[in-house]
Ligand binder design. Structure first.
Ligand SMILES: NC(=O)c1ccc[n+]([C@@H]2O[C@H](COP(=O)([O-])OP(=O)(O)OC[C@H]3O[C@@H](n4cnc5c(N)ncnc54)[C@H](OP(=O)(O)O)[C@@H]3O)[C@@H](O)[C@H]2O)c1
Length: 339
């Protein structure tokens, strides 16, 4: 029901029509539709970050129809703090909208000290999800991922833990992340035998990292699993922000991030050439980079990060111009393959 009550939050006043502006794509052959753009909380939502800004980004996302929020146990810093902040924001802004949201979390990387706070044991996954639910004040997540393959733990143990998490009602669906094609194939077979709804593979995919095209997408097709592409802007490289130098406060200069200034220097010529094509298409480079990923039918959603709500508003406009001519695609390929 619509309301004109100005005391309600921006989200509660959001026009229902927002859903008409966003595109929703099916994940594999499942019943789940995801927004073409989803929002990740890896950076900018932790205990060291500005809480008001984090809240503003989440409210803006929701109002744009971006209803999938992606977390992990160790997002912060400190570890766990992104889930904690998300839990607070959820409670004060979206409590009546839980069923409109698709929320994920993951476990698989370093989370707490000792032998039970990392990798892929049943012990770790079960305990970690329990902690995540408490931090977010949720009864269940929509999807729980194993965050990376564990070379030591038997895959059957990890997958059975995912299956049991679904049986316990603590996650509705499961996914895997950072598994290569062969590892994915093995995981999907076990999960399918256990009748566990595996609907997504979360994989790094951008113009600057195309490994999924040759290795993973065919496997996902075969198993009718969708792909959600993370770091689609190569952590901000695929924007125009670095073209005239490295701005203060960008990810490349912030401490406790994984983007180094050397990566900017390494890619700058390609960034400039791609930016010219984007200008010709009358769009911004991040909009073109996102549209370019969505050209692949296996991509259910592009999982962006944002340090401000304006970035999100700008990036969602990728949907206004997402068709590419063959000449444009060839030109982009040539730039990406140049040394
Ligand atoms: N499964 C995994 O192992 C894994 C790994 C990594 C990420 N992820 C997921 O993927 C999500 C997204 O990753 P990501 O943050 O690396 O994605 P990204 O979209 O490639 O990079 C986001 C960053 O790019 C910059 N940016 C975005 N839009 C911009 C614009 N219009 N103009 C200028 N700069 C812009 C901002 O950085 P500035 O701070 O410079 O403004 C922003 O924080 C994460 O939050 C997480 O949920 C998963």
């Amino acid at each position: 029901m619509h309301t004109n009550d100005k005391s309600k939050s921006k989200s509660e006043n959001a026009a229902y029509g927002k859903y008409d502006k966003m595109t929703y794509n099916r994940c594999g052959k499942s019943g789940v539709l995801l927004p073409a753009l989803s929002l990740g909380l890896w950076h900018n939502f932790g205990g060291i970050d500005d809480f008001e800004n984090a809240q503003d980004i989440l409210k803006t996302a929701f109002d744009l129809g971006i209803v999938h929020f992606d977390l992990a146990n160790n997002y912060g810093p400190p570890y766990g703090s992104a889930e904690q902040n998300f839990g607070k924001i959820l409670k004060s802004n979206f409590s009546s909208h839980r069923d409109e949201l698709f929320i994920s979390t993951k476990a698989g990387y370093d989370m707490w000290p000792g032998p039970y706070g990392n990798w892929g044991s049943r012990k770790y996954l079960m305990a970690s999800l329990e902690q995540s639910l408490k931090r977010m004040h949720l009864d269940y997540v929509d999807i729980f991922y194993h965050h990376r393959p564990d070379p030591e733990t038997p895959l059957e143990e990890t997958m059975l833990a995912l299956a049991d998490i679904v049986r316990q009602g603590k996650a509705l669906y499961v996914g895997i992340s950072n598994y290569n094609a062969q590892e994915s194939e093995a995981a999907f077979k076990i999960l399918k035998a256990l009748r566990t709804p595996v609907i997504l593979h979360q994989a790094r995919y951008s113009m600057f990292d195309r490994w999924v095209e040759d290795e993973l997408l065919d496997t996902l097709d075969l198993h009718a699993v969708g792909c959600i592409a993370f770091s689609p802007l190569a952590q901000g490289l695929l924007t125009d922000k670095y073209i005239n130098g490295i701005p203060a406060n960008s990810r490349a200069v912030k401490s406790r991030t994984y983007l180094e200034e050397s990566q900017v220097h390494q890619h700058i010529d390609k960034i400039k050439s791609l930016n010219k094509i984007a200008e010709r298409r009358q769009q911004k480079l991040p909009q073109m980079a996102i549209a370019w990923l969505l050209r692949k039918p296996q991509i259910s959603s592009v999982l962006v990060g944002a340090s401000s709500s304006n970035q999100l508003k700008e990036n969602v406009k990728s949907l206004d111009n997402n068709a590419f001519s063959k000449d444009e695609l060839d030109e982009i390929d040539a730039i990406l393959k140049s040394s």
